[in-house]
Design a protein around this ligand. Structure first.
Ligand code: PEP
Length: 252
């Protein structure tokens, strides 16, 4: 059985003190949850302080991006080892906002995913089609491109500790959610790509999250789908109360 994973992507929000306050409240609200993996992704500057609040608890820490080099003349970048050092277990890679505003490509996603694994960080690799792709019937072609190129050369062991987040771009921050059936259809397709690349057995163990306007009132229906193994949550993760409700909706 796949353990559901609910991750909160805080994007460019919260100062260090706001992040600490929010995660302390969340820790209390989800203290009794043990059947769901809970992850929060604050900004780089808040990671270390948040890690202190999360110590010995049931919430894992993620960064929102990483660079693939270990060190050197790469101004502004942060390495996988630095994220581990700050207390991260996960890193989000290839979020659509990074693809859209910061020239992230499948190739850079793949380099980052490989570097993350090399340092024991688990990547959450985001994939998803734009509205015009969906309307033109290109959803599967885009997803194939993002998945196959994003995970290229990852070993079976590495893919088992990778999370794929299916995030239709038209559903991110728009209030429009994919229906549970639409999400399930793409998740099944992603799992078939993993089976093609590895094996049915490996594919059946990889967790695939849905992301795109997940809220407390639609989370349970999405997560009731057999191939939806949790959620990557933006807006609704900023309030500890609403994020905790989404976490609880994933408790089966
Ligand atoms: C996201 O940023 O990954 C996301 C899904 O955002 P939202 O939940 O706000 O749509």
């Amino acid at each position: 059985m796949r353990t559901p994973i609910i991750a909160g992507n805080w994007k460019l929000n919260k100062t260090i003190s706001e992040a600490v306050e929010s995660v302390a409240a969340l820790r209390t609200l989800v203290a009794d949850v043990n059947e769901v993996e809970i992850v929060v992704a604050p900004t780089f500057t808040a990671l270390f302080a948040v890690a202190q609040v999360l110590e010995n608890g049931n919430i894992r820490l993620s960064a929102q991006d990483v660079f693939w080099e270990d060190r050197g003349a790469f101004t502004g970048e942060v390495s996988p080892a630095m994220l581990k050092d700050a207390g991260c277990d996960y890193v989000i890679i290839g979020h659509s906002e990074r693809r859209q505003y910061f020239s992230e490509t499948n190739e850079s996603v793949n380099r980052k995913a490989k570097a993350a694994h090399a340092h024991g960080l688990k990547p959450i690799i985001c994939v998803g089609e734009q509205l015009e792709d969906r309307e033109a019937g290109r959803t599967e072609a885009v997803i194939r491109d993002h998945v196959i190129n994003g995970i290229a050369e990852l070993s079976a062991d590495q893919i088992l500790s990778t999370v794929i987040a299916y995030e239709p771009v038209w559903a991110i921050g728009t209030g429009k959610t994919a229906t549970a059936d639409e999400a399930q259809e793409v998740h099944t397709f992603i799992r078939s790509l993993l089976a093609e690349t590895y094996s049915d057995e490996v594919a059946s163990q990889v967790r695939i999250q849905y992301g795109g306007s997940v809220k407390p009132d639609n989370a349970a229906e999405l997560m009731a789908q057999p191939d939806v193994d949790g959620a990557l949550v933006g807006g609704a993760s900023l309030e500890a109360e609403s994020f905790a409700q989404i976490v609880k909706a994933a408790c089966r």
